[in-house]
Design a protein around this ligand. Structure first.
Ligand SMILES: [Zn+2]
Length: 147
């Protein structure tokens, strides 16, 4: 068997000023509803007992899509024609019957924070993995050569 020869490349350090520009940006502004206005967080069970049949509207104070849904939710039948979100429903009551608005703004804020933190953990930190710390889990070359 031919001897395996490890070819190592030199680890590089990124200039901090350059590093900021290549840091991945979060794909969503709101991790409670993923910018859809409908809460779809995996952490929802922290605030809701059981499975809710109606989707919750995102009540985060800084969520633009959530705000649009809440505006559509409260718009009167006379004014609803100018509201794009309500065009598939003939009455305000029909629109309101599709959603649950009971989730508190503070709960949505928590769902956002937890979702953002999970994203940061999964996608931001791997960039700074110390290669020397994971070498222990890699197969040893000398053992591979013996087989
Ligand atoms: Zn939201």
């Amino acid at each position: 068997m031919e001897n395996l020869k490890a070819v190592k490349i030199q680890a590089v350090k990124i200039d901090p000023s350059v590093k900021d520009s290549i840091e991945p940006q979060p794909p969503y502004k709101c991790f409670c509803c993923f910018d859809s206005g409908i809460v779809s967080s995996v952490y929802l069970s922290a605030f809701v007992e059981g499975k809710n049949d109606l989707p919750f509207l995102c009540a985060r104070r800084t969520c633009e899509t959530g705000k649009r849904f809440f505006a559509a939710y409260s718009v009167t039948d006379e004014k609803r024609r100018v509201c794009a979100l309500t065009e598939d429903f003939t009455t305000q009551a029909q629109f309101q019957a599709q959603f649950d608005t009971r989730l508190a703004a503070t709960s949505c804020e928590h769902l956002h924070t937890w979702g953002l933190e999970a994203w940061q953990k999964a996608y931001k930190n791997p960039r700074s993995i110390d290669v020397s710390k994971i070498l222990g889990v890699m197969p040893k070359l000398d053992r591979a050569q013996r087989n």
